[in-house]
Design a protein around this ligand. Structure first.
Ligand SMILES: *Cc1c(COP(=O)(O)O)cnc(C)c1O
Length: 442
């Protein structure tokens, strides 16, 4: 079959048989799907050799490029040994090693790892564990959860109930349990002349006021440390986390750090909460943990939480399970990912890369239609001044025409590239983004 025909056939078959995520399928009558035949590094290719720079890491999961030789090799070896085995009653080397290494990365403070298969499941696990540990400790009235305004923690019903993004939540409101939202420390919401830190402190005071009244029935506060991703890369000062930790301690409320997106180096440190010099009671990881290869999530927690379940009684145990819990291939991909972090000194090399991208994108920051240009670690975002409600779709299309995969959230355009992006590709990304901006915001 001629290559163009392969592209076209794949599109038609996909629109007919695959119900694509986060998509009004009718839009594909006019907006064609993008067929991908293979990937290499930061680039994705269709059957005709058309290419796209994956500037959003394929929905924030890819860290070291597509078809990474080292992760590939680790998976091939693992495949010949063990693909998967039940984790109830059984164990295997990759899951043990991964748990040990992740715990070591928390300085041993979060020494117990519980596995799921995706981010939303990790949120569910953390919420259930928090509630259940309070119950096992004689505090069954602690059933409530608090999250930040505009937060995103996944879209299964439990996770959606602590999410605060209207587009995803409003339709399903009748199915959801109530949770409380406190003000977001997003520095764009600061008063004129108020610093991000001062605003973070003001938001922490609002949290304290909320818990003062509701701590008796509150099990946990869940936050996306430093960057609230899905609402549009809202960034805040680390001081918020420092204060939130102290306030949670004062009112005996757990702190859940949802680092599903921001973990694994995205924030500039391996874990985002390190920047506030705190330890959460629960740490949720997924997305980048396998380098973007396989679905895996993990919730790390403290010995205190673990001990609250350790008992002769079965029902005091945490009976939650997923069929693919601790999948050996996924754990192997995660170990290969951690190896790359260590061998290539990734956290340090990313600093130079981030500085280069920051300098390269000064022209974007100065663009007359651009507001709030911002950066945390390996994430850059800016808001485009436009009243066009179709801006995101339009920009996505003109970016694709310029070989870029960029997917704005409303009026916010962001870069979240794989860490292997080089200087030439950064220059290309910035130049073509400027060009796309001029076209889409015209
Ligand atoms: C993506 C994301 C989730 C949900 O993860 P899924 O794997 O999509 O279920 C939860 N929290 C945050 C902060 C996320 O970015």
């Amino acid at each position: 079959m001629a290559v163009s025909t392969r592209n076209a056939t794949l599109l038609t078959r996909s629109a007919a048989a695959v119900w694509h995520p986060c998509t009004q399928m009718k839009q594909h009558e006019t907006l064609p799907l993008v067929p991908i035949a293979r990937g290499s590094g930061v680039w994705l290719y269709d059957f005709d050799g058309r290419r796209y720079l994956d500037a959003i890491s394929s929905w924030w999961v890819n860290l070291f490029g597509h078809a990474n030789p080292r992760i590939n090799a680790a998976l091939v070896t693992q495949l010949s040994e063990l693909e998967h085995v039940i984790l109830a009653g059984f164990t295997h080397e990759p899951v043990v090693q991964l748990s040990e290494r992740l715990s070591a990365l928390t300085g041993g403070k979060l020494g117990h790892c519980f596995y799921g298969s995706d981010g939303a499941s990790a949120t569910e696990i953390a919420l259930k564990m928090s509630f259940h540990s309070w119950r096992n400790s004689g505090r069954p009235q602690k059933t409530g959860f608090v999250s930040l305004a505009h937060s995103y923690h996944g879209e299964t019903l439990g996770a959606l109930s602590v999410t605060d993004v209207a587009l995803f939540k409003d339709v399903y409101a009748p199915l959801l349990r109530q949770s409380a939202q406190v003000p977001s420390p997003d520095w764009r919401l600061a008063e004129q002349g108020e610093s991000p830190r001062a605003y973070a402190e003001r938001c922490a005071q609002a949290l304290a006021r909320h818990l003062e009244h509701h701590h008796r029935e509150t099990a946990a506060l869940i936050v996306e440390p430093l960057v609230q991703g899905a609402t549009g890369m809202a960034m805040h000062d680390a001081e918020y986390l420092r204060r939130a930790r102290a306030i949670c301690d004062r009112f005996e409320v757990h702190l859940i750090a949802d680092e599903i997106m921001i973990g694994c180096g995205r924030s500039g440190t391996f874990f985002a909460h390190e920047q506030a010099d705190i330890t959460p009671d629960f740490l949720c990881l997924s997305k980048g943990i396998t380098g973007g290869y396989l679905p895996l999530s993990v919730v790390l927690t403290t010995d205190i939480i673990y001990q609250a379940f350790y008992d002769d009684s079965v029902t005091r145990g945490f009976l939650h399970s997923h069929s693919y819990t601790g999948n050996a291939l996924a754990c192997r991909a995660a170990l290969a990912t951690l190896d790359i972090f260590a061998q290539d000194n990734v956290i340090e090399t990313n600093k130079a890369k981030a500085a280069f991208l920051g300098r390269a994108s000064q022209l974007i920051a100065q663009h007359p239609r651009v507001k709030n240009f911002r950066n945390t670690g390996m994430i850059w975002a800016f808001d485009v001044d436009t009243d066009d409600p179709t801006f995101a779709r339009k920009f996505y299309q003109v970016a694709l025409e310029r070989e870029l995969l960029l997917r704005p959230i409303g009026n916010t355009v962001y870069f979240m590239p794989p860490y292997v992006i080089d200087e030439d590709d950064i220059d290309l990304l910035v130049a073509r983004t400027l060009d796309a901006l001029t076209k889409a915001a015209a």
